[in-house]
Design a protein around this ligand. Structure first.
Ligand code: ATP
Ligand code: SF4
Ligand code: MG
Length: 354
């Protein structure tokens, strides 16, 4: 494999998130550019729009073919909205999403529905995401019916094959979701997501609702499926420990923006953004000596409202390193790594952490 690279693509400016390094040896499956999703805040009898919740506020990144990109951040920072907007389950307010060279944001509703068989979502809550009145067989085959794939006999066969693929007994087809444990239900959700043979999956906190004892099993299964089926994942989680083992790269999100994005090892071993450092400091370390020396960075204050994000760097009210420039200027998302191994960060003072 070559390490030849081309340079940063777009013109950047203060606050710009549009710098996306292009790596010649990494084919891109999903290209997200300046993506925004604002939800209107309506008040009064006339339901007049009085403001907007800026759930996703101008994010740009690539997801390479065959990789798992972990997306982490505190509750409410916009992870699910980002995932849903990428899949066009929410209409973007602004920005573009290209999937395998096709521009999703300019497609008609009908074309998006057709494209969706190639992009699926796995949800956080396996209890809520499966229809309790449908049999497992019908739950898994529903996407095939919707997309008009195969006939009854071939769908039945496919359901049994999918149950085997996710490690469940193929004779379970006539059972109902309540007859399964949380981990088994999440396997059913995965089988359903895989039914149409997608190439891209957004996994939205797929293990957070599960017992700690079975979280690893489900993560391992997803990782094995990725290898076997050549899948690409956007794997959403609220803390960095959950995505550590499955991600090739990690993006850290704060108040609608990506503040740091690099290879997994770079993010865990050399975090350059104070927010990432705070998230990492909250994770217990298995080595007892290191654990005894671990210094927890306590984040001051609450997460500000995405309806009215702070001026300058959105993290400044909670950042121990904030200076005047942080309060005034929105930091550019810039590469402090190399061209071949980018380390993107949005912080005015990130150099001090190199
Ligand atoms: N349909 C909606 N209408 C209005 N506001 C919404 C809607 N969906 C999300 N939001 C708001 O957008 C912001 C981002 O929400 P989102 O669910 O994307 O965050 P998240 O990072 O996935 O959080 P969590 O970790 O709790 O799942 C939140 O302030 C949320 O209240
Ligand atoms: S730009 Fe300033 S406030 Fe924002 S993370 Fe960096 S040091 Fe902290
Ligand atoms: Mg969410």
């Amino acid at each position: 494999m070559t390490t030849e690279t081309s340079t940063v693509m777009t013109a950047a400016g203060p606050g710009s998130q549009q710098n996306v390094p292009a790596l010649a040896d990494r084919p891109v499956l999903v290209q997200v550019r300046d993506l925004k999703k604002y939800f209107p805040i309506r008040r009064g009898v006339l339901r007049r729009t009085v403001g907007h919740i800026k759930a996703v506020d101008g994010v740009s990144f690539d997801i390479y073919k065959g990789e798992t990109l972990g997306l982490v951040g505190e509750s409410g920072c916009g992870k699910s909205t980002a995932g849903r907007t990428i899949l066009q389950l929410e209409e973007p307010t602004e920005g573009t999403v290209q999937f395998a060279d096709r521009e999703l944001t300019s497609m008609s509703g009908n074309d998006i529905r057709k494209a969706r068989r190639h992009m699926q979502m796995i949800f956080q809550d396996p209890y809520a995401s499966l229809n309790p009145r449908m049999t497992v067989g019908n739950i898994i085959s529903e996407p095939l019916t919707i997309h008009g794939i195969g006939d009854n006999a071939s769908r039945k066969e496919r359901v049994q094959e999918l149950l085997r693929v996710v490690g469940l007994n193929p004779y379970f087809v006539n059972r109902y979701p309540h007859e399964f444990s949380g981990g088994q239900r999440q396997r059913i959700g995965v089988a359903r997501a895989l039914a149409t043979n997608p190439s891209f999956i957004v996994a939205d906190e797929p293990i957070s609702a599960l017992d700690v004892s079975i979280q690893a099993q489900v993560v391992n299964m997803l990782d094995d499926l990725k290898q076997e089926l050549g899948l690409t994942y956007l794997f959403i989680a609220h803390d960095l420990s959950m995505v550590r083992y499955i991600s090739d790269r990690v993006a850290v999100m704060y108040l609608g923006r990506i503040v740091e994005l690099s290879s997994r090892n770079e993010v865990y071993d050399h975090p350059l953004h104070p927010y990432t450092q705070a998230l990492l400091s909250a994770i217990p370390v298995p080595d007892p000596d290191k654990e005894a020396r671990r210094q927890r960075i306590i984040l001051e204050g609450d997460v500000p409202s995405p309806a009215n994000p702070p001026s300058g760097c959105r993290f400044h009210p909670r950042c121990a390193y904030a200076t005047e420039v942080c309060r005034e200027a929105d930091p550019e998302f810039r590469n402090l790594g190399t061209a071949a191994s980018p380390h993107m960060v949005a912080c005015h003072h990130a150099e001090k952490f190199i």
